[in-house]
Unconditional design. Sequence first.
Length: 93
Amino acid sequence: MEAIFHERQEGSLCAQHCLNNLLQGEYFSPVELSSIAQQLDEEERMRMAEGGVSSEEYRTFLQQPSVNMDDSGFFSIQVSVTCQTVRLISSCR
């Protein structure tokens, strides 16, 4: 039997450790997760802008911090799902 990959928990990087343990390797780093979170933030900004950039909802949205990541190492479930999708697509090629 091959060895089971286990990445120990460090800080609040639960999403990174969960993904790497699930995928059985060092596939995602905090830098990569941050990049994906920023992409999701930009997509959300674009979608919100479709309702009008002068709307109260859009202005309020822009004032809020990211819901996809924070400085503690938190990453949203959307980041985790996107990572799994990216990994699945790349493994099918």
